[in-house]
Design a protein around this ligand. Structure first.
Ligand SMILES: [Zn+2]
Length: 153
């Protein structure tokens, strides 16, 4: 998003809109698969040769679940975006795209899960426990083989 400095009135100006998801540059990222449009709602002021931009951002991202490693869609929001840019007289425009991207990436959860109840994968056999069960020992149920441990021949 580029802000045209000359168009900012003395009392400031509100901007609301979307930047295309491509600004997130998630191609090739291991843990983020895709990005929706970046929605911004910003208030911009031009004070003392500085452009002050504040507001909030939100974007829908495809994240990889830390438990089951499936990709799922979730909204990542930034509620306290705040930046000041030097904007002396004659400044044409200020591009804030890189900062939007950076703040959103900082707000991506470090341990995203597709749902609270995600069972993840079995640590022993790798089976996706959301879709099937496995024969490995789990806390949820008795392993059919443990009965044999108590067998005294
Ligand atoms: Zn999951």
């Amino acid at each position: 998003m580029k802000i045209l400095v000359a168009r900012i009135p003395e009392e400031g100006s509100s901007f609301e809109g979307d930047d295309p998801g491509s600004v997130m540059q998630v191609e090739g990222d291991t843990f983020i698969r895709e990005s929706g449009d970046v929605h911004y709602s910003l208030y911009v002021q031009h004070v003392c040769e500085e452009l002050v931009v504040r507001g909030n951002l939100s974007v829908e991202l495809g994240l990889q679940c830390a438990r089951c490693s499936d990709f799922f869609s979730t909204t990542v929001g930034v509620s306290d975006f705040l930046r000041a840019y030097p904007a002396p007289d004659g400044t044409d425009s200020v591009d804030i795209t890189e900062d939007l991207r950076e703040d959103i990436l900082l707000n991506v959860p470090g341990f995203p899960v597709c749902s609270e109840g995600c069972k993840g994968v079995c640590a022993q056999c790798g089976a996706d426990l959301n879709k099937s069960s496995c024969e490995c020992e789990t806390e949820d149920g008795p392993n059919p083989w443990t009965a044999l441990d108590g067998l005294n021949l």
